[in-house]
Design a binder for this molecule. Sequence first.
Ligand code: IPM
Ligand code: MG
Length: 356
Amino acid sequence: MEKTIAVIRGDGIGPEIVEQALRVLGRVEARFGHRFHYEDVWMGGCAIDRFGSSLPDEMLEAARRADAVLLGAVGGPKWDNVDKNNRPEKGLLRLRAGLGLYANLRPAQIFPQLASASPLREDIVARGIDFLIVRELTGGIYFGEHSTGEEGGEAVASDVLRYSEGEIRRIARQGFEAARKRRRKLCSVDKANVLDSSRLWRRIVGEMAADYPDVEVSHMYVDNCAMQIVRNPAQFDVIVTENMFGDILSDEASMITGSIGMIPSASLGEGGRGLYEPIHGSAPDIAGQDVANPVGTILSAAMLLRYSFGLGAEADAVEAAVSSVLEEGWRTADICAPGAQSVGCRRMGELIAERI
Ligand code: IPM
Ligand code: MG
């Protein structure tokens, strides 16, 4: 198979973790006889420094032309004071919207080898943590009208949370379909006791349930969900929710796995289009020191192979290699037991690549 991957290294630890994911992809090419072409795309703070824009139009075009996008991480304190419409995060939001990536899949999975790293009590972890958050990614309050002004002599600001029926339907469908491939349980999370947008959300998901009689559907308020994720995460299979609730809950969900550096994500649009990135940030404090954990990015590359290229066996091989390396006891600093010996970012990438 011959494909083009747009590669966004980004800021902070982005370049070093992406390098390791590319090493692993190189190994997949050799082992399975594929040819991947890589096109560098600049986005985030590094693009502001180089081109004056966090996502120049020609970069968005390049990402559009590619068969899939692999992203490290963007942002950092260096760009905290740039114009709000040109922040590194804005580049990411424009990229998501520009590629129509409305469905963000964020798995929360505990690696059995790392169970002791979870901050949750052992008996809670022992019941298992294996769920998927399906977050709506191109609508809601992130993309509603934002304004800052003055009224009656004081500053006011507002952000509009808006959803159309069509937007809800297509993300709910992703949730139902994902549940079908898993344990057939879908929990739709909203704030329908307060918000109109949530009441519409709940009605649409409720109506769609009739088309998926094999999926058990429940509805949960977002505040309760935040509590249930730490009280009894084993109850969840697939959670589907709007953009900002998903942003918040997915950070919480990653934390209970004890290893935010390990978790990949996929952002999908129509026709197999996808962007793949670890869910952690650019960690500027450890950038360039070869201590970052590249596994989240490597597992994102595995998701890319599976979802955008339909290469299931290749994705399995990458995931199995990660699992072997953990099984053998190799750890980067973030997942290392106190006092134990850790390996650097590059070495971790090499170990995983060698096992494919
Ligand atoms: C995420 C991040 C982004 C978001 C930021 C960087 C804009 O927190 O991917 O979860 O809020 O979506
Ligand atoms: Mg977030």
